[in-house]
Design a protein around this ligand. Structure first.
Ligand SMILES: O=C(O)CCC(=O)C(=O)O
Length: 297
């Protein structure tokens, strides 16, 4: 076994068993402050927008006079601060301990979930969106504002990453969300990933997770870096997008790329057919018939 860089064997064992970890106070305060300033810059940009674009996903209740961002898309590509943090050991060292040493970026996003109205994300498994040849796939969430019970924290079902990939289709079309009760889960068994600003959460690509509407007075912003082992290759029909192997290898975060996928015995479902319009998870999940969370529309 490789020498661990930052986690201890108990933390690695906990992640393997439960599919998640919260590491408190991992990202320095000055970096969190810098990310908050970047968010303020994007909030200014949202003023005057009438609809979402390829940088900003807007809340349903957004108006140009009362701007409300739901998600900043691919923030590593539009913010140097976010990009620099992505390549830092604050993010990569724990990921290397769990699925390293060779890591490739899948995507980044900054979910705003603002005080009083921030949108819910229905229960789902990331691997349902992007099945790969093995499941060394995880998401690291950088907690920008204290994540509390009352402000719509990320919730997970411990151990669900060792189960099946559930049906995320509605009427035969991919909807990116599961009917929790129909899949046999009781929300009372979910765990909230709470923690102070500067903490990181890590969740496995197969874990069942979601988060409620934020009706509290406290913002709950979280920046996700989603990545996988370099030898995890997307299965045909996966929502992973790349133009060429060169383009794919541009996404290496550390280590060495490979052309030899590692094939593991993991459950997969193909997220096809896709809905005609797939602009964001929030929109495609709105087709779910039995929503677990309230909406703010
Ligand atoms: O922000 C959250 O609470 C949920 C994040 C998530 O699962 C997603 O954006 O796909």
């Amino acid at each position: 076994m490789r020498q661990l860089e930052t986690l201890n064997t108990d933390q690695v064992g906990f992640y393997r068993e439960n599919g998640y970890l919260v590491l408190e106070n991992r990202v320095p305060t000055n970096v969190i402050e810098a990310i908050r300033s970047e968010i303020a810059r994007f909030e200014l940009e949202a003023q005057g927008l009438t609809q979402s674009n390829d940088r900003l996903d807007l809340e349903i209740s957004h108006t140009p006079g009362n701007p409300r961002i739901r998600r900043i898309k691919l923030p590593h590509s539009i913010s140097d601060v976010v990009r620099k943090l992505m390549y830092s050991d604050h993010i990569l060292a724990p990921a290397r301990d769990l699925i390293g040493p060779d890591l490739r970026l899948h995507t980044t996003k900054l979910n705003m979930k603002s005080a009083n109205f921030g949108a819910a994300i229905e229960w789902h498994q990331d691997f349902a969106f992007y099945p790969h040849s093995n499941d060394d796939v995880l998401a690291i969430g950088v907690i920008i504002d204290e994540m509390r019970s009352e402000n719509g924290p990320l919730m997970v079902f411990p151990g669900s990453h060792r189960g099946t990939i559930h049906d995320h289709h509605v009427d035969g079309v991919f909807a990116g969300a599961m009917d929790l009760a129909a899949c046999g889960y009781d929300i009372a068994d979910a765990v909230e990933l709470t923690g102070p600003a500067g903490s990181i959460s890590i969740h496995h690509g197969r874990i069942v997770h979601g988060s409620a509407l934020n009706t509290s007075k406290h913002d709950r912003r979280i920046l996700f870096y989603e990545m996988m082992a370099a030898d995890a290759f997307p299965i045909m029909g996966s929502m992973t997008r790349f133009d060429s192997v060169d383009d794919y290898n541009q996404r290496m975060l550390c280590g060495t790329p490979t052309l030899q996928p590692r094939l593991a015995d993991v459950p997969v479902r193909i997220p096809q057919p896709q809905p005609e319009e797939n602009r964001s998870i929030y929109e495609i999940q709105s087709r779910l018939k039995h929503r677990a969370f309230n909406t703010n529309s």
